[in-house]
Design a protein around this ligand. Structure first.
Ligand SMILES: *Cc1c(COP(=O)(O)O)cnc(C)c1O
Length: 263
């Protein structure tokens, strides 16, 4: 089975161990265990929570082991990185989700291969996505990103802007709004994190009265997914608990992190 894997570099072994398949499988089992316990605590069905593994910074050749470990949908934060991996792994049946802020000049790439987009936060973006999708003859599942922490640095709509935004989205027939997404406050104090998830849930409950498709809650990451499950998450986006700590500084993905960490 390992015959079609390229040799591991010193960096690969440092980060993923001498047997990446074993490392990823073990981590995945531990995450499954945590999900099962969180579901049990809040009286939820395991089947009501989808684990979306986040594969950013994990090299494509290591993702072949993730595929062997049974992972079929990969979430990436940056479009170029996602495309390079998609090309390197195009012999595997992988579903790609983009979870990070998208610049309008990257729309034309996303629409060629992504199945889901979790950071929709402007009508201009929705319009551009819709035009490209029309041309490609494709559809896209989208989650509307909400800024639930009130931090200036976070992308996402202000909570009060959600209902008019969803109304306006109805003109874009190629977009399938499935739910809401958020990044909670970056803090190890769950008492400050959990209200972000609770707010997203309330917004979803309200919005789903007028927009039946809005059922999903994409929230919770390695550090806080149990809390998110407790507040009703239907998709948790988990990277480091499966693939180990990332070598890149987190500020690379979240411009506001440096200031958030000092709070
Ligand atoms: C990286 C990332 C995650 C996962 O974070 P981990 O700490 O690796 O679990 C979730 N959501 C988004 C938008 C991300 O960029």
């Amino acid at each position: 089975m390992s015959s079609n894997h390229e040799p591991l570099s010193v960096e690969d072994v440092e980060r993923f161990g001498p047997d990446p398949l074993a490392t990823i499988s073990t981590n995945l089992a531990a995450v499954e265990e945590r999900i099962a316990r969180a579901c049990a605590r809040s009286g939820r069905d395991r089947g009501s929570v989808r684990l979306l593994p986040i594969t950013k910074t994990v090299p494509a050749h290591i993702l072949r082991y993730a595929f062997e470990a049974g992972i079929r949908s990969f979430g990436e934060n940056k479009i170029q990185e996602a495309m390079a991996k998609r090309d390197a792994l195009d012999d595997l049946a992988i579903e790609w989700t983009i979870v990070g802020h998208l610049q309008t000049n990257k729309v034309k790439y996303l629409t060629t291969f992504a199945r889901e987009f979790h950071a929709l936060d402007s009508l201009r973006l929705a319009d551009l996505l819709n035009r490209r999708l029309e041309r490609e003859g494709r559809f896209l599942d989208v989650y509307v990103q909400i800024n639930t922490s009130g931090e200036d640095s976070k992308f996402g709509l202000e909570p009060h802007a959600l209902l008019p935004f969803l109304d306006a989205l109805e003109q874009f027939s190629r977009l399938r709004p499935k739910g809401l997404m958020t990044l909670a406050l970056f803090s190890s104090e769950m008492a400050r994190v959990r209200p972000c998830f609770a707010l997203l849930r309330r917004l979803r409950d309200e919005a789903s009265k007028y927009h039946l498709g809005i059922a999903g809650l994409s929230m919770g990451m390695t550090g806080d997914f149990e809390e998110a499950i407790g507040e009703g998450a239907t998709i948790i986006r988990v990277g480091q608990a499966i693939f180990g700590k990332r070598p890149t500084p987190e500020g690379h993905y979240w411009p506001g992190l440096a200031s958030a960490a000092q709070q």
